[in-house]
Design a protein around this ligand. Sequence first.
Ligand code: B12
Ligand code: SF4
Length: 552
Amino acid sequence: MRVLFVYPNLNTQMGFNQGLAMISAFLKRAGHETRLVNLNENLPPVPTREQIFAEIREWNPGVLAASTLSQQYAEARELVTWLRGRYEELGETPPVFVVGGVHPSMVPEQVMADGVWDHVAVGECEDAMLDLVERIEGGDAAQIASCENFLSWKGNARPALAEERVQGSWQRNPVRPFPNISIMPMADYELFDTQRILDSKNGWAGLITSRGCPYRCTYCLNHEVIDTYRADLKAPVRELNFFRFRHPEEVLEEMRFLLKRYERVNTFIMDDDLFTQNVEHALSFCEAYEKSGIGVPFVVNAHVKQLDERVAFALKKAGCTILKMGIESGSPRVRKEILQRPMSDNDIFETVRLAESAGLHSSGFVMVGLPGETHDERWETIDLLARLEIGRFRSSMFYPFPGTGAFKLSVDGGYIDPEKVERLTDFTESSCLDFGAAENLFIDKLAVCMPWFVNARLAAARGVDPATLPASARYAPLVERVLEMDAEEWQTYKLQVREIDAYTAAAAAAAGEVHYAIKFNAFMGVRDDYYLAEERAAERVDDWVTAAAPPV
Ligand code: B12
Ligand code: SF4
């Protein structure tokens, strides 16, 4: 059968979709044909709806399958609603419409209630999608409607009237066990315009060596995923085999393929939720990678509660450059009570120090605008970053993903702004929570200028006079000015923040001051030693900065 995938990835970060690439590999291995409509403004030309419709009619797939995260879902639903309308106008039968991915997995009943899909997928679907496609080919309605991992209309008959497409008219079939990722075919990179994606991501290629995570942070998908599998399979967590690993040799084979098939791959991003969690897996991968001689730098994710010293040094030896970890908030209360992410300040300090002593560049994620967080607790995040002096940090606006515990906290606390919640496609741009005008303004300022706030607090964090730490003296007046601005003045000023940051950071660098600059994207604060070394390596640094900056 022919399956046309749609990835509605507009106005958000560009990304290769591993999930679709894996499903496509499974389908192709079984002899089916696949194609992709990848909607992203960075991959022009973006086809219009009419062009997509024309492609469907020309290629004539049996199934149209969309993959969506939460912020991509509205686009997918609107496209399929429109396609259904066009088929109706022509009196033709449309393909079978299926949707899967993180959003449908988190709120499947809500997605089914939209009434536009024939099947809504829950969980990891490599085997499940193949099974569904083959049942559709078989044509037996009862078989199709009862396929595991899907919500389907009873008798495979989507009611003709919208008012009949309600709870009770569909069945929710249980999920099947998690697929065994150690025996899977390689992701289908040919499905995507992979060379163009790699080029637009500066040669950074994402790979996965494990799936799953043992934690249950309220803002992440994993607690809901595991609860769904536990309920459906009626088994305790330890029997579900959620946290799974690929054999290092399989990952190396995929890396070699990427290097041979595509040009300019210069960094591998290991997109595992937590690469360092299983010490044995991490050590065996590092050893195999080092022996392989592939030698391309790579970056990994870690939890601050789990970085074994042997792993830290093995990572460095194997070529890992950056260790990324979730810090999320500077307040231990917020981490424990709101995020369900109990970790002490000490855990954070020890892990960052260990990473840096092993020679890894440390990188932390923090969130601003959390529900239930006080104004002072927001300052705790700034102060923790200033005390930590981590290599870099990325601050994101908190976005409550439907189906998560944090979404419920946001609704129960009365924080959700219903107008904004559907509209946002990229949650770094603004918050969909409402904390009142004054606090909303403060949060927006934090999100845009977090590195300035951190720089201003560096001296206090070290307990020294700002005069002895000039970066604080340099940035403190900027922060004071930002804090004094009302909403109107801020709206104009914020557009100039990158520019002001560029020249302020250049002056701080010329004077040899420890500081963070906004680099790589609008939400990343990078410590001077790292970005200057990188700029020097790329010979991009201005002459006058090179002359005045201290040796790295
Ligand atoms: C790698 C990754 C990225 C990469 C690549 C993203 C990509 N599109 O693949 C990068 C760094 C670019 C990225 C960016 C972002 N990410 Co991200 N990312 C991940 C991560 C860590 C792994 C995703 C992955 O590859 N999983 C492995 C594959 C095999 O699983 P999968 O994609 O879910 O697919 C399976 C099922 O979902 C299902 N399925 C998927 N599609 C379909 C379609 C059909 C028809 C069917 C039947 C089944 C099906 O079957 C697949 C195979 O098993 C996840 C966390 C996680 N554990 O999932 C977060 C995650 C997906 N990211 C998230 C977010 C929020 C983002 C950003 C918005 C962050 C930001 N502020 O910019 C951007 C959005 C960019 C974008 N447009 O995709 C959230 C999404 C939450 C939500 N409810 O939508 C997640 C879940 C993390 C979290 N906070 O919980 N991300
Ligand atoms: S540790 Fe990371 S991947 Fe695991 S549940 Fe928490 S946020 Fe999700």
